[in-house]
Design a protein around this ligand. Sequence first.
Ligand code: FAD
Length: 473
Amino acid sequence: MSSLHRRDFLHIAGAGALAGCASPTPAAGPVAGDFDVVVCGGGTSGLPAALAAARRGARVAVVERYGFLGGNAAFSIMPCWHHLGDHHSGLLTDFARRVESFGVGPAPLRQGNHIEPEAVKILFLEMALERNVRLFLHHFIAGAVKEGGRVTGVVTESKSGRRTFAAKSFVDATGDGDLGFHAGARTAKGVDGQVQAMSLRFRVGYVDFDRFAEWAAGQKGFGLEGLVQAVRTGGGKEHGRAFYFGSRLDRIYDRFRDRYPDLPSGLTYFNCSSIRPHELSINTTRVYDLDGTSADDLTRGEIVTRKQAWAVWRFLRENIPGFERSVVVETAPQVGVRETRCFVGDRVLTVEDGAANRECADSVQTCRVTFDSHDKQKYETGGNKGLVDVPYGCFLPRGVEGLLAAGRCASADHLMNSTFRRMENSFQSGEVAGTAAALAALSGVTPRALPVRELQDELRRNGFKTCQRDRRG
Ligand SMILES: Cc1cc2nc3c(=O)[nH]c(=O)nc-3n(C[C@H](O)[C@H](O)[C@H](O)COP(=O)(O)OP(=O)(O)OC[C@H]3O[C@@H](n4cnc5c(N)ncnc54)[C@H](O)[C@@H]3O)c2cc1C
């Protein structure tokens, strides 16, 4: 049986504790499995972490709260990946090619970086199964087991009751840093706790794009030129004609607020992707001042954004040509959370690093500097669009051993996080964290003690660009 079992749960934090405070509790439940690497969260960064660890020969499990893999790339029904053609390597390249040959939805390397969220769900599942990754879906992470300063188990709640999964190394790919939080790792949240807005995306079907574009062509000040152009060249009406347009159609909301009081207010926009014929995936709902690690705030966020989504659709159907026969096809199963906890790592990737496109000898990944920060006072976009090297220390949360961070909870300041959190960066960070977790577990050291050179060599052997210098060749 597992070493964890024998040690009789020396320190268990989180499960059963009061909201917000990690504290010891008496029982962690039976040990359901003992692995080299446990990846917490099977989302954008979690799946590549698991694949990378399994590729290195580790026995790997993924613990995920939902019944499917894909995380925000799937459940925020959000198809916009970025720079897949020029800023990708390793497993991300494999994934993009796999999407192309899967043949459902746009071909991301040729058609504007869009990936069908349903393809994400099934392809992530297939890739995990191919690599013999053990899946524990419907398991909610509720605590950590520690021995001294080291995480030795993750505690879950599920239909099967409370369970513990033991491992030599853990990857926290929960987006919110849930395992690290329970284990007492150092975290930060936004700027003085102010984080980016949450948004619930939704899909609207049976849109008559010709009528919509004809109307849009006569409008000024809404930035609908991209839509008009895309529809005129065939967008939105056939398979394989995916397009994106960012617009300010939201500027019209105030004129209609009397009739639709739940229309989004405050800083927002009306940005859409069309990846299926006659359909739009809409990003316009918005709620500020809520914390995605508070169940009460999440409840509030669901109430506000669901009402907004239906108000937007009613407004469109009753006032905008082309939407007369439209229907709400789907709202995302949960409000999308952009920012919560970031670990404070041995290194924190800063906006100054990004501005300088800094390079460093201990780099294990590159990240594009393209800010995407939905703050209450200002929507910050831009950046220099070059790359920045990401040092290994950004993956190592302070205050705990045995743990690596991946995805949007990796260590970066507020503005750098707004670019690091994007899917192509999150995905690649998973490959780094999973590789490091496996190397550490298999050589019997903690991730912090792993020589960065060993990690870089292993990543490069697998076609991964670990730094800007690698990219220059
Ligand atoms: C509305 C919205 C629009 C966005 N638009 C874009 C865009 O256009 N382009 C772009 O590149 N990025 C966009 N992003 C950001 C991007 O999607 C995410 O930052 C990225 O997917 C994060 O990856 P991750 O692996 O860190 O987290 P996720 O992909 O969210 O994965 C986390 C996984 O952990 C699981 N999990 C969480 N907590 C627990 C727990 N306690 N127990 C068990 N499992 C748990 C989750 O279910 C999930 O599967 C957007 C985000 C939002 C919210």
